[in-house]
Design a protein around this ligand. Sequence first.
Ligand code: NA7
Length: 543
Amino acid sequence: MSSGYQRSSEIGRARDFDAVIIGAGFSGLYMLYRLRALGLSTRVYEAGEGVGGTWYWNRYPGARCDSPSVHYSYSFSPELEQEWEWTEKYPRQPEILRYLNHVADRFDLRPSIQFNTSVTSAAYDDARGHWIIQTDQGDQVSASYCITAVGCLSTPNIPRIPGIDSFAGPVYHTSRWPHEGVDLTGKRVGVIGTGSTGIQAIPQIAKQAAHVTVFQRTPNYSIPAHNRPLTAEEKASVKAQYRQLRQTDRESAIGLTFAVTNQSALDVTPEERQQKLEGAWALGGFQVLATFSDVAINLQANTHMADFVRSKIAEIVHDPAVAKLLMPHDHPIGSKRICVDTEYYETYNRENVTLVDVRTSPIEEITSTGLRTQDAEYPLGVIVFATGFDAMTGSLFNLNIRGKDGLALKEKWAHGPRTYLGLMTADFPNLFTITGPGSPSVLSNMTVSIEQHVEWIAECIQYMREHHFTHLEPQREAEDAWVAHVNEVAHLTLYPRANSWYLGANIPGKPRIFMPYVGGVGNYRIKCQEIASKGYTGFALSV
Ligand code: NA7
């Protein structure tokens, strides 16, 4: 035990734990592992009955990660990398959940996790200088550090549609899909929502249900995944190159190793452009957006790519009217989260699938037997909400966090989240937010961003202990400057042109602030490292 830790104990601030971590998904598990290595007594509270976070809850048909498995995994243990076998290019939810269970067992993490327990409040006790955490199971514990590992997309958004309670059949939100599965055989299913989730779920639901009616408000751009099993050679090659692969992921813009080009979409002939886009489409996945250097920042370049995807939709979907409805038209490609699919557009060629445009004919009510739009009534036996999340801030607000002088986080962030580096917020000492707003988080391969945050937090706590500091929080000026920088960088791109959940636009009344940091995973890591290496500039450290 380091002398710094002893000193903070000696001054009599008795507490139950050194740290409380909220959530046992990718973030919480690794945070626990790192804090345990530092010798901190740590308790993790997890609402689910098992580990996994996002991958515990999201069990809808077709649930799959959009980042390749060999990148969407922990890098901290070379032994773990070598012993785990990913089976497919893009991992399915059950495989990721198995992986996280394996991690929990392999590193013996479960004894520190209290399952089936939701944190109901976390309040900073000014007098004692520690956090008091309460749960729905009646726990009340104190801790020096409170670390949120609640994920960016974990509070479901269920639109308040009139009549919803009168529906006679079952209603599901994709992120709360029953663990025992749902038999949709012979059912008339209505799916509301065509984001990444709807786009993954609809093809699978259509294979089982008698009929699927898709209620689409905004069409999204989707790129084929071209998912497939990994060959033995690929697995061996990745295992041999893991160190290098992880390094390039960390230094990249979005936490994924792509071939990066400096070529503008405007500097090539139409034939070359078409050829490159065809090549990218054949490869599939997110990296389509990296075909040219300026798709995220130049509307003309972006439009070339958007036109290409629209042309693909026209090629795939047989009915021209349906194809037209599926073509995104109101936002640049990539300004909303790009979707990655398996036979999404093809699904609309099935006889048992109907696409309904609820932009021009809005949903008016749910009745006992179906759903009524302005123009028509659709008989349904099951309704599936694929309507997304109160992203990035929803789950933090649900924790009822209060900082100094009882200041509620929700109050402080009433006009949008304010953080320094997305890691901490002023007036909330020793509260760390893994992948918080203001960090690359959802604009990146999450596992890379999670590991970077966890390691930064662990090193910061170690520094505090070695230098006999007990408290840390951002200075107001540093926080203001970071918030301004996050906004400034976002406005250099096309992102703010879309009504996306990145901006809070999907939740009525939510302030419109671009929440994630667009500056790039590699650049962000350097900034965080520089700040730490200079003794945590922009943070106030105290005893
Ligand atoms: P998203 O991307 O937020 O998509 C939600 C979808 O639900 C989207 O098509 C919405 O249309 C639609 N929606 C939401 N509310 C309504 C109402 N009231 N009526 C009709 N349609 C509605 O969530 P996902 O779960 O698909 O994906 C979230 C992230 O998870 C994803 O980006 C990946 O990072 C993984 P809208 O676009 O708002 O018009």
